[in-house]
Design a protein around this ligand. Structure first.
Ligand code: FCB
Length: 452
Protein backbone atom coordinates (compact mmCIF):
# COMPACT_ATOMS: atom_id res chain seq x y z
CA UNK A 1 0.00 0.00 0.00
CA UNK A 2 1.26 3.46 -0.85
CA UNK A 3 0.06 5.63 2.02
CA UNK A 4 0.12 8.80 -0.07
CA UNK A 5 -2.07 7.38 -2.82
CA UNK A 6 -4.52 5.73 -0.47
CA UNK A 7 -4.96 8.60 1.96
CA UNK A 8 -7.43 10.69 -0.08
CA UNK A 9 -9.79 7.71 -0.42
CA UNK A 10 -10.26 7.65 3.35
CA UNK A 11 -12.10 10.98 3.34
CA UNK A 12 -15.53 12.00 2.01
CA UNK A 13 -15.79 14.70 -0.68
CA UNK A 14 -17.13 17.33 1.73
CA UNK A 15 -14.33 16.82 4.26
CA UNK A 16 -12.95 20.14 5.54
CA UNK A 17 -9.19 20.57 5.15
CA UNK A 18 -7.57 23.53 6.80
CA UNK A 19 -4.67 25.23 8.49
CA UNK A 20 -4.86 27.02 11.84
CA UNK A 21 -3.30 30.00 13.61
CA UNK A 22 -4.19 32.33 16.49
CA UNK A 23 -4.17 36.09 16.84
CA UNK A 24 -1.48 36.61 19.46
CA UNK A 25 0.87 34.10 17.87
CA UNK A 26 1.02 35.73 14.44
CA UNK A 27 -0.49 39.21 14.26
CA UNK A 28 2.00 41.54 15.96
CA UNK A 29 0.82 45.19 15.85
CA UNK A 30 0.37 44.84 19.59
CA UNK A 31 -0.15 48.54 20.20
CA UNK A 32 -1.51 49.74 16.90
CA UNK A 33 -4.79 51.12 15.67
CA UNK A 34 -6.35 51.30 19.10
CA UNK A 35 -5.69 47.72 20.23
CA UNK A 36 -5.84 47.26 24.00
CA UNK A 37 -3.34 45.32 26.10
CA UNK A 38 -3.91 41.58 26.46
CA UNK A 39 -2.84 39.32 29.31
CA UNK A 40 -0.20 37.82 27.04
CA UNK A 41 1.25 41.28 26.27
CA UNK A 42 1.54 41.80 30.01
CA UNK A 43 2.82 38.28 30.76
CA UNK A 44 5.61 38.56 28.18
CA UNK A 45 6.91 41.69 29.93
CA UNK A 46 7.62 39.67 33.10
CA UNK A 47 11.23 38.51 33.52
CA UNK A 48 12.07 34.87 32.82
CA UNK A 49 8.69 33.59 31.68
CA UNK A 50 9.32 33.30 27.91
CA UNK A 51 12.19 31.02 26.83
CA UNK A 52 13.82 33.54 24.50
CA UNK A 53 12.56 36.64 26.36
CA UNK A 54 10.48 37.49 23.29
CA UNK A 55 6.94 38.83 22.99
CA UNK A 56 4.13 39.29 20.49
CA UNK A 57 4.89 42.88 19.48
CA UNK A 58 5.91 41.92 15.94
CA UNK A 59 5.33 38.15 15.79
CA UNK A 60 4.84 37.26 12.09
CA UNK A 61 3.56 40.79 11.37
CA UNK A 62 0.44 39.17 9.95
CA UNK A 63 -1.55 42.32 10.74
CA UNK A 64 0.41 44.18 8.07
CA UNK A 65 0.90 41.26 5.68
CA UNK A 66 -2.68 40.09 5.50
CA UNK A 67 -3.09 39.99 1.70
CA UNK A 68 0.14 38.07 1.14
CA UNK A 69 -0.74 35.60 3.90
CA UNK A 70 -4.20 35.07 2.41
CA UNK A 71 -2.57 34.26 -0.93
CA UNK A 72 -0.24 31.88 0.89
CA UNK A 73 -3.17 30.09 2.54
CA UNK A 74 -4.96 29.87 -0.81
CA UNK A 75 -1.84 28.45 -2.47
CA UNK A 76 -2.13 25.38 -0.23
CA UNK A 77 -5.54 24.51 -1.64
CA UNK A 78 -7.23 24.31 1.77
CA UNK A 79 -10.95 24.90 2.00
CA UNK A 80 -10.88 26.26 5.57
CA UNK A 81 -8.75 28.58 7.67
CA UNK A 82 -9.00 28.63 11.44
CA UNK A 83 -7.98 31.92 13.06
CA UNK A 84 -8.83 33.78 16.24
CA UNK A 85 -10.03 37.28 16.98
CA UNK A 86 -7.99 39.23 19.49
CA UNK A 87 -10.60 40.45 21.96
CA UNK A 88 -8.57 43.54 23.01
CA UNK A 89 -8.07 44.47 19.35
CA UNK A 90 -11.81 44.75 18.78
CA UNK A 91 -12.92 45.78 22.28
CA UNK A 92 -9.85 47.19 24.04
CA UNK A 93 -11.18 47.14 27.60
CA UNK A 94 -13.24 43.96 27.25
CA UNK A 95 -16.47 45.87 27.66
CA UNK A 96 -18.04 48.99 26.27
CA UNK A 97 -16.48 50.72 23.27
CA UNK A 98 -15.63 48.77 20.10
CA UNK A 99 -12.48 49.51 18.14
CA UNK A 100 -13.42 50.03 14.50
CA UNK A 101 -9.95 49.48 12.96
CA UNK A 102 -9.75 46.14 14.76
CA UNK A 103 -13.15 45.01 13.52
CA UNK A 104 -12.24 46.21 10.02
CA UNK A 105 -9.09 44.06 10.08
CA UNK A 106 -11.08 40.88 10.75
CA UNK A 107 -13.62 41.92 8.18
CA UNK A 108 -10.84 42.17 5.57
CA UNK A 109 -9.57 38.79 6.71
CA UNK A 110 -12.97 37.11 6.43
CA UNK A 111 -13.83 38.74 3.11
CA UNK A 112 -10.37 37.91 1.77
CA UNK A 113 -10.89 34.24 2.64
CA UNK A 114 -14.34 34.15 1.07
CA UNK A 115 -13.01 35.79 -2.08
CA UNK A 116 -10.49 32.96 -2.32
CA UNK A 117 -13.11 30.26 -1.72
CA UNK A 118 -11.92 29.44 1.82
CA UNK A 119 -14.34 28.98 4.73
CA UNK A 120 -13.53 31.12 7.78
CA UNK A 121 -13.46 29.23 11.11
CA UNK A 122 -13.37 31.93 13.76
CA UNK A 123 -12.30 31.42 17.39
CA UNK A 124 -13.37 34.06 19.90
CA UNK A 125 -10.90 33.26 22.68
CA UNK A 126 -7.47 31.88 21.91
CA UNK A 127 -6.17 33.12 25.28
CA UNK A 128 -5.49 36.85 24.74
CA UNK A 129 -7.98 38.21 27.28
CA UNK A 130 -8.05 42.02 27.65
CA UNK A 131 -5.73 42.95 30.52
CA UNK A 132 -8.39 45.40 31.73
CA UNK A 133 -10.63 42.41 32.52
CA UNK A 134 -7.77 40.59 34.23
CA UNK A 135 -7.38 43.63 36.45
CA UNK A 136 -10.93 42.98 37.58
CA UNK A 137 -10.34 39.29 38.30
CA UNK A 138 -10.19 37.84 34.78
CA UNK A 139 -11.74 34.41 34.23
CA UNK A 140 -11.86 33.82 37.98
CA UNK A 141 -14.55 36.52 38.20
CA UNK A 142 -18.08 35.51 37.23
CA UNK A 143 -18.64 38.92 35.66
CA UNK A 144 -16.15 38.01 32.88
CA UNK A 145 -18.66 35.37 31.74
CA UNK A 146 -21.12 38.13 30.87
CA UNK A 147 -18.44 40.31 29.31
CA UNK A 148 -17.54 37.38 27.05
CA UNK A 149 -21.15 36.88 25.98
CA UNK A 150 -21.37 40.58 25.02
CA UNK A 151 -18.10 40.31 23.11
CA UNK A 152 -19.34 37.20 21.28
CA UNK A 153 -22.53 39.01 20.30
CA UNK A 154 -20.57 42.02 19.00
CA UNK A 155 -18.30 39.85 16.84
CA UNK A 156 -21.26 37.86 15.51
CA UNK A 157 -23.16 41.06 14.64
CA UNK A 158 -20.25 42.15 12.49
CA UNK A 159 -18.97 38.86 11.05
CA UNK A 160 -21.35 36.04 11.97
CA UNK A 161 -23.16 35.83 8.66
CA UNK A 162 -19.89 35.44 6.76
CA UNK A 163 -18.06 32.80 8.79
CA UNK A 164 -18.65 29.06 8.65
CA UNK A 165 -18.09 28.48 12.34
CA UNK A 166 -17.60 30.30 15.61
CA UNK A 167 -15.61 28.57 18.35
CA UNK A 168 -16.08 30.06 21.79
CA UNK A 169 -12.86 28.98 23.53
CA UNK A 170 -9.63 27.35 22.51
CA UNK A 171 -8.44 24.78 25.05
CA UNK A 172 -10.04 25.82 28.34
CA UNK A 173 -7.77 23.31 30.12
CA UNK A 174 -4.71 25.32 29.12
CA UNK A 175 -6.22 28.60 30.32
CA UNK A 176 -7.32 27.03 33.60
CA UNK A 177 -4.40 24.74 34.44
CA UNK A 178 -1.37 26.32 32.77
CA UNK A 179 -2.63 29.87 33.32
CA UNK A 180 -4.01 29.55 36.85
CA UNK A 181 -2.66 26.41 38.53
CA UNK A 182 0.85 25.94 37.17
CA UNK A 183 1.23 29.59 36.22
CA UNK A 184 3.66 29.09 33.33
CA UNK A 185 1.15 30.69 30.93
CA UNK A 186 -0.66 34.03 31.25
CA UNK A 187 -1.91 35.32 33.60
CA UNK A 188 0.67 33.38 35.66
CA UNK A 189 -1.46 32.51 38.70
CA UNK A 190 -0.73 29.43 40.85
CA UNK A 191 -3.85 28.38 42.69
CA UNK A 192 -5.79 25.17 42.10
CA UNK A 193 -9.09 26.50 43.39
CA UNK A 194 -8.85 29.51 41.07
CA UNK A 195 -7.98 27.21 38.16
CA UNK A 196 -11.14 25.14 38.58
CA UNK A 197 -13.30 28.23 39.03
CA UNK A 198 -11.79 29.56 35.81
CA UNK A 199 -12.58 26.29 34.02
CA UNK A 200 -16.18 26.52 35.20
CA UNK A 201 -16.52 30.13 34.06
CA UNK A 202 -15.06 29.30 30.66
CA UNK A 203 -17.55 26.47 30.18
CA UNK A 204 -20.44 28.57 31.45
CA UNK A 205 -19.56 31.48 29.18
CA UNK A 206 -19.38 29.01 26.28
CA UNK A 207 -22.92 27.75 26.92
CA UNK A 208 -24.38 31.20 27.49
CA UNK A 209 -22.65 32.55 24.38
CA UNK A 210 -24.15 29.75 22.28
CA UNK A 211 -27.62 30.61 23.56
CA UNK A 212 -27.14 34.35 22.97
CA UNK A 213 -25.72 33.91 19.47
CA UNK A 214 -28.55 31.60 18.46
CA UNK A 215 -31.10 34.04 19.90
CA UNK A 216 -29.44 36.72 17.75
CA UNK A 217 -30.05 34.60 14.64
CA UNK A 218 -26.46 33.40 14.13
CA UNK A 219 -26.09 31.24 11.01
CA UNK A 220 -22.56 30.01 11.72
CA UNK A 221 -21.99 26.60 13.31
CA UNK A 222 -21.18 26.97 17.02
CA UNK A 223 -18.83 24.90 19.14
CA UNK A 224 -15.77 24.72 21.37
CA UNK A 225 -12.20 23.47 20.91
CA UNK A 226 -10.66 21.17 23.53
CA UNK A 227 -7.11 19.88 23.85
CA UNK A 228 -7.50 16.20 24.50
CA UNK A 229 -4.86 13.56 24.91
CA UNK A 230 -5.28 9.82 24.86
CA UNK A 231 -4.72 8.54 28.40
CA UNK A 232 -2.87 5.27 28.94
CA UNK A 233 -1.42 3.49 31.98
CA UNK A 234 2.39 3.09 32.02
CA UNK A 235 2.16 -0.59 32.97
CA UNK A 236 -0.47 -3.29 33.37
CA UNK A 237 -0.64 -2.69 37.15
CA UNK A 238 -3.98 -1.92 38.80
CA UNK A 239 -2.48 1.28 40.30
CA UNK A 240 -1.46 2.65 36.91
CA UNK A 241 -4.83 1.75 35.43
CA UNK A 242 -6.65 3.56 38.24
CA UNK A 243 -4.44 6.62 37.84
CA UNK A 244 -4.96 6.65 34.06
CA UNK A 245 -8.73 6.67 34.65
CA UNK A 246 -8.40 9.55 37.12
CA UNK A 247 -6.09 11.51 34.81
CA UNK A 248 -8.56 11.01 31.99
CA UNK A 249 -11.33 12.37 34.25
CA UNK A 250 -9.19 15.37 35.23
CA UNK A 251 -7.93 16.26 31.78
CA UNK A 252 -10.68 15.18 29.39
CA UNK A 253 -13.97 14.37 31.13
CA UNK A 254 -13.81 17.51 33.31
CA UNK A 255 -14.61 19.28 30.02
CA UNK A 256 -16.51 16.74 27.94
CA UNK A 257 -18.85 15.42 30.68
CA UNK A 258 -20.35 18.87 31.45
CA UNK A 259 -20.59 19.72 27.75
CA UNK A 260 -22.31 16.47 26.77
CA UNK A 261 -23.82 15.15 30.01
CA UNK A 262 -24.33 18.31 32.07
CA UNK A 263 -22.24 17.19 35.07
CA UNK A 264 -18.68 17.18 36.36
CA UNK A 265 -16.99 13.82 36.97
CA UNK A 266 -17.71 12.92 40.60
CA UNK A 267 -14.24 11.47 41.22
CA UNK A 268 -12.64 14.82 40.36
CA UNK A 269 -15.11 16.75 42.54
CA UNK A 270 -14.27 14.34 45.40
CA UNK A 271 -10.58 14.89 44.89
CA UNK A 272 -10.97 18.67 44.77
CA UNK A 273 -12.96 18.90 47.98
CA UNK A 274 -12.92 22.56 49.06
CA UNK A 275 -11.17 23.52 45.80
CA UNK A 276 -14.24 22.51 43.75
CA UNK A 277 -15.71 25.43 41.83
CA UNK A 278 -18.75 27.41 42.94
CA UNK A 279 -21.55 26.28 40.64
CA UNK A 280 -24.83 28.18 40.68
CA UNK A 281 -28.24 26.66 39.99
CA UNK A 282 -28.78 26.29 36.27
CA UNK A 283 -25.09 26.56 35.32
CA UNK A 284 -24.71 22.92 34.30
CA UNK A 285 -27.72 23.04 31.99
CA UNK A 286 -26.32 26.16 30.31
CA UNK A 287 -22.96 24.44 29.81
CA UNK A 288 -24.69 21.48 28.15
CA UNK A 289 -26.33 23.66 25.49
CA UNK A 290 -26.13 21.49 22.34
CA UNK A 291 -23.20 22.27 20.06
CA UNK A 292 -23.01 22.10 16.27
CA UNK A 293 -19.50 20.63 16.43
CA UNK A 294 -16.66 19.70 18.71
CA UNK A 295 -13.11 20.79 17.93
CA UNK A 296 -10.35 18.45 19.09
CA UNK A 297 -6.70 19.47 19.31
CA UNK A 298 -4.49 16.40 19.50
CA UNK A 299 -0.72 16.31 19.83
CA UNK A 300 0.27 13.26 21.90
CA UNK A 301 -0.76 10.68 24.48
CA UNK A 302 -0.68 11.03 28.26
CA UNK A 303 0.88 8.18 30.18
CA UNK A 304 -0.05 7.70 33.85
CA UNK A 305 2.41 6.12 36.24
CA UNK A 306 1.59 5.65 39.92
CA UNK A 307 5.25 4.96 40.67
CA UNK A 308 8.24 6.85 39.29
CA UNK A 309 7.21 9.55 36.79
CA UNK A 310 6.89 8.21 33.26
CA UNK A 311 9.99 9.04 31.23
CA UNK A 312 9.09 9.82 27.61
CA UNK A 313 12.71 9.55 26.54
CA UNK A 314 12.64 5.87 27.48
CA UNK A 315 9.30 4.96 25.91
CA UNK A 316 10.88 4.07 22.60
CA UNK A 317 8.57 6.38 20.71
CA UNK A 318 10.03 9.22 18.65
CA UNK A 319 9.64 12.69 20.18
CA UNK A 320 8.97 16.08 18.65
CA UNK A 321 11.12 19.05 19.60
CA UNK A 322 8.61 19.83 22.36
CA UNK A 323 9.51 16.47 23.89
CA UNK A 324 6.05 15.14 23.04
CA UNK A 325 5.77 11.49 21.98
CA UNK A 326 4.66 10.92 18.41
CA UNK A 327 1.71 8.59 18.78
CA UNK A 328 -0.83 8.76 15.95
CA UNK A 329 -2.74 5.72 17.19
CA UNK A 330 -3.70 7.78 20.22
CA UNK A 331 -5.73 10.07 17.98
CA UNK A 332 -7.80 7.15 16.68
CA UNK A 333 -8.21 5.82 20.24
CA UNK A 334 -9.22 9.22 21.58
CA UNK A 335 -11.84 9.70 18.88
CA UNK A 336 -13.23 6.21 19.51
CA UNK A 337 -13.38 6.92 23.26
CA UNK A 338 -15.32 10.14 22.67
CA UNK A 339 -17.64 8.31 20.29
CA UNK A 340 -18.21 5.60 22.92
CA UNK A 341 -18.86 8.04 25.78
CA UNK A 342 -21.13 10.59 24.09
CA UNK A 343 -23.49 11.29 21.23
CA UNK A 344 -21.08 13.41 19.25
CA UNK A 345 -21.87 16.23 16.86
CA UNK A 346 -19.49 16.49 13.87
CA UNK A 347 -15.90 16.52 15.14
CA UNK A 348 -13.13 18.61 13.63
CA UNK A 349 -9.48 17.99 14.38
CA UNK A 350 -8.85 21.70 14.86
CA UNK A 351 -5.13 21.38 15.63
CA UNK A 352 -2.53 18.73 14.98
CA UNK A 353 1.12 19.11 14.10
CA UNK A 354 4.66 18.99 15.40
CA UNK A 355 7.63 21.17 16.24
CA UNK A 356 10.87 20.06 14.64
CA UNK A 357 14.19 21.79 14.06
CA UNK A 358 13.95 23.06 10.50
CA UNK A 359 17.14 24.22 8.86
CA UNK A 360 16.68 26.24 5.68
CA UNK A 361 18.98 24.86 3.01
CA UNK A 362 19.20 26.80 -0.23
CA UNK A 363 15.80 28.32 0.33
CA UNK A 364 14.16 24.97 1.10
CA UNK A 365 13.12 23.21 4.29
CA UNK A 366 13.22 19.42 4.08
CA UNK A 367 11.06 18.64 7.09
CA UNK A 368 10.43 14.96 6.41
CA UNK A 369 9.71 14.43 10.12
CA UNK A 370 6.80 16.89 10.02
CA UNK A 371 5.42 15.44 6.80
CA UNK A 372 5.54 12.04 8.43
CA UNK A 373 3.79 13.35 11.52
CA UNK A 374 1.00 14.83 9.43
CA UNK A 375 0.63 11.81 7.17
CA UNK A 376 0.34 9.35 10.05
CA UNK A 377 -2.08 11.52 12.01
CA UNK A 378 -4.27 12.13 8.98
CA UNK A 379 -4.33 8.37 8.45
CA UNK A 380 -5.26 7.95 12.14
CA UNK A 381 -8.13 10.38 11.58
CA UNK A 382 -9.24 8.33 8.58
CA UNK A 383 -9.12 5.17 10.72
CA UNK A 384 -11.53 6.72 13.24
CA UNK A 385 -13.80 7.85 10.44
CA UNK A 386 -13.86 4.30 9.07
CA UNK A 387 -14.98 3.08 12.50
CA UNK A 388 -17.95 5.41 12.59
CA UNK A 389 -16.66 8.51 14.38
CA UNK A 390 -18.30 11.57 12.75
CA UNK A 391 -15.08 13.39 11.84
CA UNK A 392 -15.80 16.28 9.50
CA UNK A 393 -12.47 18.07 9.15
CA UNK A 394 -8.76 18.28 9.87
CA UNK A 395 -6.63 21.38 10.34
CA UNK A 396 -2.85 21.53 10.59
CA UNK A 397 -1.22 23.44 13.41
CA UNK A 398 0.16 25.62 12.11
CA UNK A 399 0.06 27.58 8.88
CA UNK A 400 3.39 29.18 9.73
CA UNK A 401 6.06 29.29 12.42
CA UNK A 402 4.93 31.64 15.17
CA UNK A 403 5.13 32.70 18.81
CA UNK A 404 4.85 29.42 20.68
CA UNK A 405 3.77 30.93 24.02
CA UNK A 406 6.28 30.25 26.83
CA UNK A 407 8.65 28.67 24.27
CA UNK A 408 8.84 31.98 22.37
CA UNK A 409 9.99 31.70 18.78
CA UNK A 410 12.30 28.78 19.51
CA UNK A 411 9.84 26.02 18.63
CA UNK A 412 8.57 25.94 15.07
CA UNK A 413 5.22 24.31 14.27
CA UNK A 414 4.65 25.89 10.85
CA UNK A 415 4.34 24.12 7.54
CA UNK A 416 5.57 27.48 6.25
CA UNK A 417 8.93 28.68 7.56
CA UNK A 418 9.18 32.25 8.83
CA UNK A 419 12.54 33.97 8.85
CA UNK A 420 12.12 36.22 11.88
CA UNK A 421 14.82 38.64 10.68
CA UNK A 422 13.19 39.33 7.30
CA UNK A 423 9.71 37.89 7.98
CA UNK A 424 9.99 36.04 4.71
CA UNK A 425 7.66 33.05 4.40
CA UNK A 426 8.97 29.85 2.78
CA UNK A 427 6.71 26.83 2.38
CA UNK A 428 8.45 23.79 3.87
CA UNK A 429 8.33 20.38 2.16
CA UNK A 430 5.43 19.50 4.50
CA UNK A 431 3.38 22.38 3.06
CA UNK A 432 4.03 21.13 -0.46
CA UNK A 433 3.09 17.60 0.61
CA UNK A 434 -0.15 18.84 2.21
CA UNK A 435 -0.94 20.90 -0.88
CA UNK A 436 -0.43 17.82 -3.08
CA UNK A 437 -2.58 15.66 -0.80
CA UNK A 438 -5.43 18.17 -1.02
CA UNK A 439 -5.04 18.36 -4.78
CA UNK A 440 -5.39 14.58 -4.92
CA UNK A 441 -8.49 14.77 -2.73
CA UNK A 442 -9.99 17.31 -5.13
CA UNK A 443 -9.10 15.21 -8.16
CA UNK A 444 -10.74 12.18 -6.58
CA UNK A 445 -13.83 14.26 -5.87
CA UNK A 446 -14.14 15.62 -9.38
CA UNK A 447 -13.50 12.12 -10.74
CA UNK A 448 -16.33 10.80 -8.57
CA UNK A 449 -18.60 13.64 -9.65
CA UNK A 450 -17.75 12.95 -13.29
CA UNK A 451 -18.70 9.27 -12.93
CA UNK A 452 -21.88 10.15 -11.03
C1 FCB B 1 -2.00 24.36 21.46
C2 FCB B 1 -2.39 25.79 21.21
C3 FCB B 1 -1.75 26.43 20.01
C4 FCB B 1 -0.31 25.98 19.86
C5 FCB B 1 -0.19 24.48 19.93
C6 FCB B 1 1.20 23.95 19.73
O1 FCB B 1 -2.12 24.06 22.80
O2 FCB B 1 -3.79 25.90 21.06
O3 FCB B 1 -1.89 27.81 20.12
O4 FCB B 1 0.48 26.62 20.78
O5 FCB B 1 -0.69 24.03 21.15
Amino acid sequence: MNPDTDLPRQFPPDFVWGVATSSFQIEGAAREDGKGESIWDRFCSLPGVIADASNGELACDHYHRLEGDLDLIASLGVNAYRFSVSWPRVQPLGHGAWNEPGLAFYERLVDGLLKRGIQPYLTLNHWDLPQALQDQGGWAARDTVHRFVDYARGVQRRLGSRVAAITTHNEPWVIAVLGHEKGNFAPGIQNRQTAFQVAHHLLLSHGLALQALRADGCTAKLGIVLNLGHHEPATASAEDAALARLDDARGRRWYTDPLFLGRYPQEVLDELGADAPVVQAGDMAHIATPMDYLGVNYYSRNVSSAGAPFDVTKSGLPLTEMGWEIYPRGLTELLLTLHRDYTLPPVYITENGGAFPDPVVNGQVHDADRTDYLRTHIAATGAALAQGVPVAGYMVWSLMDNFEWASGYVKRFGIVHVDYATLQRTPKDSALWYRDLLARCRALRSGAAGRG
